[in-house]
Ligand binder design. Structure first.
Ligand code: NAD
Ligand code: ZN
Length: 384
C-alpha cells in the first residue's frame, strides 16, 4: 500500500458571517495583532471589517497596509522587517495569494537567524514563530491551505515556491463577503487559478486518496459555479462555492502538488509579470490537451462526477468534454490567452522554454513527460 500524508490548517471557519469568529480566535492567548493587507483591499473596505472586530475585542493591533502584488523575495523581506518591529503574536492576512504568501513567510521569520533568501536555498530552516489567520479575498490561490509561498527571484526572472509545512495557517476564515465586490477580471483569473490547481492535482503523479477527494469536489464546485460567481455580483451561493472550492484545491496542492500548467506559467509571471491566474489560464487548455491521452480515465471521472449516470457516452467523449469545458470557461470569462496581449516577442521563445524546463519540482508531477520540444510547442500555441 502506498503512503500519503495531509497536513492542513488548524481551524477553518466557513459560511456567512464567519468573520465573527475572529473574536473566538483572539481568545487563544493573543495580545497583539499585525494585520497584513494592500491598498486595493483596504479601499474595498475589507480591512475595516476585520479592524472593527479587533476594536470590539479591545485588542492591540498594527496594520501593514502596503504589501506588493506578486512580491519578489526582497520585497517580501522588507515587509518581514517591518513586521518584526511590531512584536505581534498573531498575523492576520487579509488579501489574495500575494498578501497571504508574505504573511506565511513572516510567520517563520521573526528570527534574525535566517531570511527569505536563505529559505529559497533551504526551506528546511523554517520554524513557525508566530501564528497566522488567513482571510482570503480572492477565490483563489488556496494559499490559505498550502505550505507554499511563491516569490519572484529577480535575477532568475522566475517565480519560485518556498515550501514548508511550518508555514501552514493556524486559522482560516472563508467568508464570501470578501469576494462580493471583487472586480470581474480578478475574479475570473483567480477562479481559473483554482480550477488549474484542482485539475492539476487530480491528474498529478502524486495524486492520492486525500488529494483526490478535495480536488474532485473542488472541480465539481468550480465547473458548476465559476461563471455565475464572476458575472453576477448578487450570486452569493456561487461565490461561497468558489471560496470553498479554492480552499479545497489548496488542500489538494498540500497533499499532491500542481503539474505542468503551473510549471510553464512561472516564467510568464517571472519575466513578463503576467498575473498568476492569467498565465495559468493561458497554459491550462494547451497543457491539458497535451496530457489528455495519459489522463483520459481521470478526465472521464470528472465528467462522471458532474454528470452522474450518463452511460451512453464513451470515456473518450467524456474526456473531450472536460477539455472543451475548460476552454469554454477561459473564453466565457474573457481572459487573454495570447502572449502578444502582454507584449511578449516571439524571439523570447527559447528563453521561455529553458526557464519553464527549470521548474522540475512541478514538471516531475506531470502525468505525461514534458521534454523541451513539448514545452516549445506549448508556448508556441500562445504565440499564434
Ligand atoms: N501559496 C500558494 O499556494 C499559492 C498558490 C497559487 C498562487 N500563489 C501566488 O499568489 C499570488 C497571486 O494571488 P492572487 O491571485 O490571489 O492575487 P493577488 O493577491 O496578487 O491580488 C491581485 C489584485 O487583486 C486585488 N484584490 C485582491 N482581493 C481583492 C478584493 N476582494 N477586492 C478588490 N481587490 C482585490 C489585490 O489588491 C491585487 O491588486 C501570486 O504571487 C501567486 O504566485 C500562491
Ligand atoms: Zn496557482
Amino acid at each position: 500500500m502506498k503512503r500519503y500524508k495531509l497536513k492542513s490548517p488548524g481551524i477553518v471557519y466557513s459560511g456567512s458571517d464567519s468573520l465573527d469568529n475572529i473574536r473566538e480566535i483572539l481568545k487563544y492567548g493573543v495580545e497583539k495583532v499585525a494585520v497584513f493587507s494592500d491598498k486595493s483591499i483596504i479601499k474595498a473596505g475589507l480591512v475595516d471589517l476585520v479592524l472593527a472586530k479587533l476594536d470590539d475585542a479591545g485588542i492591540k493591533y498594527e496594520v501593514i497596509d502596503d504589501l506588493p502584488a506578486e512580491p519578489s523575495c526582497d520585497q517580501a523581506q522588507a515587509v518581514v522587517d517591518t513586521f518584526k518591529e511590531t512584536e505581534a503574536d498573531l498575523i492576520v492576512a487579509v488579501g489574495g495569494g500575494s498578501v497571504m504568501d508574505i504573511a506565511k513567510l513572516a510567520s517563520v521569520l521573526s528570527t534574525d537567524d535566517y531570511n527569505v533568501r536563505d529559505l529559497l536555498e533551504n526551506p528546511g530552516l523554517a520554524k513557525k514563530q508566530v501564528r497566522t489567520l488567513m482571510i482570503p479575498t480572492t477565490a483563489g490561490t488556496g494559499s490559505e491551505a498550502t505550505p507554499n509561498s511563491i516569490v519572484l527571484v529577480p535575477e532568475k526572472e522566475l517565480k519560485v515556491g518556498i515550501v514548508s509545512e511550518e508555514m501552514i495557517a493556524d486559522y482560516v476564515i472563508l467568508d464570501a463577503v470578501t469576494i462580493k465586490n471583487l472586480p470581474r477580471t480578478i475574479a475570473a483569473s483567480t477562479g481559473v487559478d483554482a480550477l488549474a490547481h484542482a485539475i492539476e492535482c487530480y491528474t498529478s503523479k502524486k495524486a492520492n486518496p486525500f488529494s483526490d477527494m478535495y480536488a474532485l469536489e473542488s472541480l465539481a464546485l468550480i465547473l458548476g459555479n465559476i461563471e455565475k460567481a464572476c458575472d453576477d455580483p448578487e450570486a452569493v451561493e456561487a461565490k461561497e462555492a468558489m471560496m470553498v472550492a479554492s480552499f479545497y484545491a489548496g488542500v489538494a496542492i498540500a497533499a499532491a502538488g500542481t503539474t505542468a500548467v503551473h510549471a510553464l506559467s512561472y516564467p510568464l509571471g517571472g519575466k513578463y509579470h503576467i498575473p498568476h491566474g492569467v498565465s495559468n489560464a493561458m497554459m491550462l487548455v494547451p497543457v491539458m490537451r497535451f496530457n489528455e491521452p495519459m489522463c483520459r480515465s481521470r478526465f472521464a471521472a470528472v465528467y462522471d462526477r458532474v454528470k452522474p449516470g450518463d452511460n451512453k457516452v464513451t470515456e473518450e467523449e467524456k474526456s473531450e468534454w472536460l477539455v472543451n469545458r475548460l476552454g469554454e470557461i477561459v473564453e466565457n470569462l474573457e481572459i487573454p490567452t495570447k502572449l502578444s496581449s502582454y507584449g511578449v516577442p516571439k524571439e523570447d521563445l527559447e528563453v521561455l522554454v529553458s526557464s519553464g524546463m527549470e521548474v522540475k519540482r512541478l514538471l516531475d508531477n506531470n502525468m505525461r513527460e514534458i521534454k523541451a520540444e513539448d514545452a516549445r510547442a506549448l508556448y508556441l500555441q500562445l504565440m499564434q
